[in-house]
Design a protein around this ligand. Structure first.
Ligand code: ARG
Length: 579
């Protein structure tokens, strides 16, 4: 609808330019917003206020002229002028009802995108394999997964890239330790964190061990087969740990999506050579650097992007340059989205800029760092265990499920044990994910079990419950929500509110895909659930006065149910039939 209204305004502007009311060559972004208060229509635009000055007329006068110049459209019942010169648009209820009917009878729920599908690389999760995956990688994993699902639903081809840290000096230490204990198997490494700590202790305590560790890194990087075999064994165990977390989190990631730092190892020398050919390389204190004017340190001196250390070693940035080039040239991405901690913002600005200057990525390719803030504890400080250690993801998920189990059992003591467990899992995991997804990704947030497991407010339990409530209407009725007869009619104000919210679903998904912001979908579903509640309270469904009304309300309920379920699934939550 917003697009349609923008298009109509655009046509009106052209007419006014032709009539000499407006000067030609105006370049203005037409803003159309949902009206906050339904008594002011459904959509509003401030275009007349924006253009009054260049047109040399009063905003309200210009608004009048614009309204007269607007082409008629069956989706709109009327356009009014309000306040200092707002244009208020009223949706035609009949046309709205027909759109919703069509959405309900459409397997895609009326979500169709008019632009051509894109190839989108999503860089997500990307833990460091030397250690156990911890909460810091939770945000990247679940926000990235939600955006990937939304873009896929919108028709794009999504290529997930799990850029795991599987290369680097810490592997020498781990290999040396593994070598000392050849019998260490899957179980010995089940506690990766403990293994890392033990190796580090040996490293710090013994100079002989440390020397061996350093020699092993050199051998590993030179491609020594024994070292490589050991390294592969270590990584496969560590990746199996990650996969367990992904599966539990209901995140669509598999071994096929792993493209770790080591995968680019053979290309790093070429990256440096090609930067040199492009005339971008400068030697500084023995290191190979690229200097970009736009990046300066606090003293105003240019900040180098180091791509090769004096000793010949490569860095995080070198690998990212190889990766972005691969994403352009081999994966043919139109967009690459990086879901990585906000604290790496400068790194990505630099990598993107160097990649563009060096011609590593094609002209039209969009590169976007989708940064996110820190997950803090309830005290607002970085999330830590009681003794100050990093919190393991698996422990966090265990606790969420245990708490959900207690809650659900309190509410439904009569449920059978296995159903209780299923509900506890879906609610527990869903709560952790939803709490994260529902905040704007760029802000820090405090992890709080009580809040995320509450049945009130913008939470997973509330929304999961709301979606089961709709299912229960049809269960009571003994009727399937598919192939419902009749047609939607919009009369009561609660029906109007619900209907216009339902009609916004596609637009919300497009926004999430463009901006990489799942919280917009969370907010939408929360509002939708609230509107459904008041609709259900004020507009009897099963006991409606007549059959036409009953059919209409059942159809509205079914569409709400399907929208809630699909929305939650696109966020990566499992849904329930009842809870
Ligand atoms: N492994 C890195 C870390 O834990 C994140 C990698 C993000 N992706 C990338 N292409 N740099 O900090």
């Amino acid at each position: 609808m917003k697009d349609l209204i923008r298009e109509l305004i655009q046509q009106a502007l052209v007419r006014l330019v032709d009539d000499g009311v407006l000067p030609s060559g105006l370049d203005v972004a037409i803003q159309v917003e949902h009206a906050r208060d339904k008594s002011h229509g459904d959509f509003a635009s401030n275009i007349a206020m924006m253009l009054a000055k260049p047109a040399g007329s009063k905003p309200r006068d210009l608004a009048e002229k614009l309204r007269d110049a607007l082409p008629a459209n069956p989706q709109l019942s009327k356009v009014e002028i309000a306040g200092p010169g707002f244009l208020n648009f009223y949706q035609d209820h009949q046309a709205l009802a027909r759109r919703l009917d069509a959405a309900l009878d459409d397997v895609r729920l009326g979500v169709h995108r008019d632009r051509a599908p894109q190839r989108v690389v999503i860089d997500l999760s990307s833990p460091n394999l030397a250690k156990e995956m911890h909460v810091g990688h939770l945000r990247s994993t679940i926000i990235g997964d939600a955006v990937a699902r939304v873009l896929e639903y919108l028709g794009d081809t999504v290529i997930r890239q799990n850029h795991v840290g599987d290369w680097g000096t810490q592997f020498g230490m781990l290999l040396a330790y593994l070598q000392e204990q050849p019998e260490t198997g899957e179980t010995g490494l089940s506690d990766l964190e403990g293994f890392y700590r033990a190796a580090k202790q040996r490293f710090d305590a013994s100079t002989e061990f440390a020397a061996r560790a350093r020699a092993l890194v050199v051998k590993l990087q030179a491609g020594d087969p024994d070292c490589l075999a050991l390294w592969r064994r270590f990584n496969s165990i560590s990746l199996a740990h990650c996969q367990q977390a992904y599966d539990r989190l209901n995140v669509k990631l598999s071994a096929a999506d792993v493209k770790g730092e080591s995968a680019y190892n053979g290309d790093l020398a070429n990256v440096v050579a090609d930067l040199d050919k492009a005339g971008l390389l400068v030697e500084s204190q023995g290191a190979q650097c690229v200097f970009l004017d736009e990046f300066k340190n606090a003293e105003g001196n240019p900040l180098p992007v180091i791509v090769q250390k004096a000793g010949g070693g490569y860095l995080y940035a070198s690998t990212d340059l190889a990766a972005v080039r691969y994403r352009s040239r081999v994966l043919h991405a139109d967009r690459a989205l990086y879901f990585v901690d906000q604290r790496q913002a400068l790194h990505f600005q630099q990598v993107f800029e160097v990649a563009r200057r060096a011609g590593f990525v094609h002209e039209g390719m969009q590169l976007e760092h989708m940064g996110f803030g820190t997950m803090n504890g309830a005290d607002g400080k970085p999330f830590k265990t009681r003794d100050g250690g990093t919190v393991k993801l698996i422990d966090l998920l265990d606790e969420a499920e245990a708490r959900a189990y207690t809650l659900v059992r309190e509410k439904n003591p009569e449920l059978a044990e296995d159903e209780l467990r299923t509900i506890a899992r879906v609610v527990g995991i869903g709560s952790v994910k939803y709490a994260d997804l529902s905040k704007h990704r760029s802000s820090d947030y405090s992890f709080n079990f009580e809040q995320m497991l509450s049945f009130e407010g913008n939470t997973a339990p509330y929304l999961l419950y709301a979606s089961t409530r709709v299912t229960s209407i049809f269960r009571k009725l003994g009727q399937s929500a598919d192939a419902l007869p009749g047609a939607i009619r919009i009369d009561a104000p609660q029906e109007q509110e619900l209907a216009s919210k339902l009609a916004q679903f596609a637009e919300v998904l497009v926004g999430v895909g463009d901006k990489g912001t799942p919280h917009m979908l969370c907010a939408y579903l929360y509002e939708l659930a609230g509107l459904f509640s008041s609709f259900y309270e004020h507009c009897p469904v099963l006991s409606a006065a007549d059959e036409t009304t009953r059919q209409s309300r059942l159809r509205l309920s079914a569409l709400t149910g399907r929208t809630l379920t699909l929305g939650l699934q696109l966020l990566g939550l499992e849904t329930l039939e009842r809870m």
